[in-house]
Write a protein that binds this ligand. Sequence first.
Ligand code: SF4
Length: 230
Amino acid sequence: MQIGGLQKLTLIDYPGKLACTVFCLGCNYRCPWCYSRELVLPAEIKKQPRILEKDFFSFLKERKDLLEGIVLCGGEPTIDKKLPSFVKKIKKLGYSVKLDTNGSKPKILKGLIEKKLIDYVAIDIKASKEKYEKVTGKKVSLRNIEQSIKILKESKIDFEFRTTINPLLKKEDILKIAQWIGPAQKYYLQNFRPEKTIDPKFEKKKPYPNKYLLEIQKAIAPFFDVCQVR
Ligand code: SF4
């Protein structure tokens, strides 16, 4: 597994658990507003120091009494073929695993759920259907996204939907997303950060004011049990 970074402690990325976050390298999307280009663009990935798997597992063994969970984020963790065997090793140590995914690989997601290798999923819904390719910068199989949504809804796994309100999205797009994915248990909105974006033009764009996000949250809240701005 290609590990590009490790945050040794997070109190906020895994709901209800003390966790560490593993940053996986590579992504199949090119969201122009993305602020993790060092984990996405091949030229940047080359420059990124790697964490050896054996060092990571030594760390997990040492922290066994302190940490409860591992967050796998990226990039996009599901594009790495070694993900299932990597997660299996984490589970053997007794940790809970949260997967952050863009939902583009439903078969991998299903396999991980069926084998009980993951405990929580945060799935990014990047845009309304019409805007998906504009917002992700790639040709996207909406069928795959819809399958991932269905798999999660039909499973017993704890999961959340979330969307980053980047400058390509407006209130009406989020309303369309809510109608698409709702009714559902949890949906979180997070604001865009204009930092080291894949398309440098986005570094000059201003995030929407929090007031606008709260206005959207109020409009879509009826579709969800929990709907919050993060
Ligand atoms: S924001 Fe887009 S490009 Fe960036 S890591 Fe997520 S899916 Fe990949």
